[in-house]
Each structure stands twice: as C-alpha cells, then as structure tokens.
Design a protein around this ligand. Structure first.
Ligand code: SF4
Ligand code: SF4
Length: 351
C-alpha cells in the first residue's frame, strides 16, 4: 500500500514524488476503512511503499497496530530507517532497501546517499532485525551487473540482492545505447551464473533473487504470471483508496480493479496478454511484468531487447539445473533452499 506519494529523494531514473494528477500526496481514506478491507483476507501480507513510506513512519506503525498480517514488508530508500521504533522493525518479514551496487553507481543515480544507507542498514541489524534484508538495485547504463551484485553480496547485513532493469518507463535521455548495454548485461549474467554455481559447489547458496526465483520455477514448477502477482493475488492501495493491480502505473485504465469499499473477492483481476501467454519461457518468466506485457513504450524492438534479457537469464539457470540436482543428490545443498521466495515478498523475480 502507498503510505504517501511524497519522496525525500529525486533519483535520476524515477524523478521523486508521484504526481498529484495520479494520486494525492497523503492518504485520504479512513483507517477503519482500511482495516475493514484487509480483514476480508484471512492471511494478508502488507507491503508499505510510496513515495518514501518512512516519511509516514507514524502512520505505518499505527496501521501495524491495527491490522493482523501474516507478513509485513517494507520498501524504502533507507534514509529514515533509524526513525522506526525497534519493536516495529522486528515485526517485518522483509525489508527492501534501494541501493544500486557500488558507491559510485549508487551516488550517481541516487544523489550521494550510499554512506547513509549503509550506516542505516548496519543499524537495523545491530538493533536485532533478523528478517530478510534485500538490497534492491535499479540496473541502468552505469551498472556492471557482475561487479554491482558481487559488491552488494559482500555487505554482510544484506541477505539477498535483487534488481530491476530500468527499462520501458525510464526517462528518454537516460539511456545512450540500450542495445549495447543489453549485450554487456547478458554476458555479466553468464559470469554471475558461473560464480553462483562455483559457490554452490562449496555448499553456499548466494541470495541472488532473480536466480533463486527462476530456479524455483524450474525445480518446483511454481510461478505466477506475472511473478510479482500483480492483478492476481497482489494489489496496491493508492492514497485515495483505489485498488490497482500494479503500483507503478496507478493512472492506467486497465490497471483499475476497484476501491477499498469493493469486496476483496470482487476485485477486477488483470491478466497477461500475448505474446507472453504462449511463450515457451513463460513457465519461468511469467510474462516478466504486467506493465511491460501490456504497454509498448519502447516499441516492439524495445520489448524484444528486454525480453532477450529474461530469456538469457532463464537459459543460464536451465543450464545450471542438472549440476544443482547432482549437488543435491550428493548432499551438498538442500533443494528447499531454491524454494524462494517462500511468500510473495514483492520481489518481481525477472529483472
Ligand atoms: S520471455 Fe519474453 S515473451 Fe516470453 S514470457 Fe517473458 S517477456 Fe514474455
Ligand atoms: S513487476 Fe511490473 S506488474 Fe509487477 S509490480 Fe513491478 S511494474 Fe508492476
């Protein structure tokens, strides 16, 4: 749910606060309406995002006092984490902190925040938070996926690393040569896959979310379409109480599912469309992302390029699968470790 549309940063690829034409800056519905809506779900997971949700840490803690949830999840830029009461912090199953990898990449796109984010991430662990702590990257032109993921994995406070490619709704001027970057990115993914399997042979499962999520689909034949669950079993509540399938395009007509007065079971569902339905990779890709599947902001060629990154990553994981099965037979790894995520923790799986 959107706790606020305001943000205290203005990152290059995002631009900061959500425009008022899309939703009001602050929540306009009553807390009891929210409590009533959520009570219709017997085991809800509630994710707080925005804008920057911790600008309304007061409201977040009030909501956590008022609703029963199986999981609380927080997506934050990390700058205000130290303002959260420790007793509430410990209630989260997953905290996703935005950081783009190495300091120079993070500071370039996010405006010099790297040191403050790292300080707060250390504090979160120091005060006893034991849940998942996911470093969430935006992969863009300066990203070297191999180096940036390895850098974040080397920070012991993070349990996992996840990323999304800054594609399709990225500001026009941000990319100079997306085609060339995709080539470099795909070869970085191959390198990362080799590193992943080499560590696996030593008995260590690295917390690389896109790898684990795809391996879950391959090994357990379980995936959602889209993997984030948007429009099927995951919905976003806007600050004015509308229910939308996907939080990033709250103004799109196809994205409107109802409002908090609508009974949970009567919400409109939003489904994937072709070409992803009949694609041979959809068993693992799940169409990547509802917005990407339904809009063609970068045209067919842009779709093909982004889609090629999903295919490449899936092929790499398929190639690793026989080795992983062998390692599991030898008792080097537990297959269950690839059952990730164990619940919808808002990671989109396919970058
Ligand atoms: S690989 Fe491409 S076409 Fe296939 S499901 Fe994914 S995004 Fe859709
Ligand atoms: S992956 Fe796509 S559909 Fe899912 S939440 Fe993100 S933008 Fe929305």
């Amino acid at each position: 749910m959107f706790l606020t549309a305001r943000c205290n940063l203005k990152c290059t690829y995002c631009g900061g606060s959500i425009e008022e034409s899309i939703m009001p800056p602050e929540i306009t519905y009553r807390l009891d309406e929210l409590v009533e809506f959520i009570s219709q779900d017997s085991s809800p997971s509630i994710a707080f995002y925005g804008g920057e949700p911790l600008l309304r840490a007061d409201l977040m803690m009030k909501i956590m006092d008022s609703v029963e949830a199986e999981h609380f999840i927080l997506q934050t830029n990390g700058l205000l984490l130290h303002k959260v009461d420790v007793n509430y912090l410990r209630k989260f199953s997953t905290i996703l902190v935005s950081i783009d990898g190495r300091q120079e990449v993070t500071d370039h796109y996010r405006g010099g925040v790297y040191d403050r984010v790292i300080r707060n991430v250390r504090w979160v662990r120091k005060v006893g938070y034991e849940g998942e702590l996911i470093a969430r990257m935006v992969a863009t032109e300066k990203t070297d996926i191999y180096s940036d993921v390895l850098h974040l994995l080397s920070i012991p406070q993070f349990s996992h690393v996840h990323w999304q490619i800054d594609a399709v709704w990225s500001p026009d001027s941000l990319w100079r040569d997306f085609t060339a970057w995709v080539k470099k990115y795909n070869s970085g993914i191959s390198r990362l896959a080799s590193y992943f399997i080499s560590r696996l042979k030593e008995g260590e499962v690295l917390g690389i979310v896109p790898f684990l999520g795809v391996l879950k689909a391959i090994l357990f034949q379980e995936n959602m379409k889209p993997p984030c669950g948007s429009g099927i079993d995951s919905f976003a509540i806007t600050t004015d109480g509308r229910i939308v399938a996907c939080p990033v395009c709250a103004d799109m007509p196809w994205n409107q599912c109802g409002d908090i007065a609508t009974h949970y079971r009567k919400l409109m569902k939003v489904y994937m469309v072709e070409p992803c339905l009949s694609c041979e990779y959809s068993f693992a890709c799940g169409g990547r992302c509802l917005f990407f599947n339904r809009e063609r902001l970068w045209g067919d060629e842009g779709f093909r390029l982004v889609c090629s990154t999903a295919r490449h990553l899936i092929e790499e994981m398929m190639e690793l699968t026989p080795e992983i099965l062998k390692l599991s037979e030898q008792g080097m790894v537990e297959l269950n470790e690839f059952y990730y995520p164990k619940f919808n923790n808002t990671t989109e799986i396919i970058p």
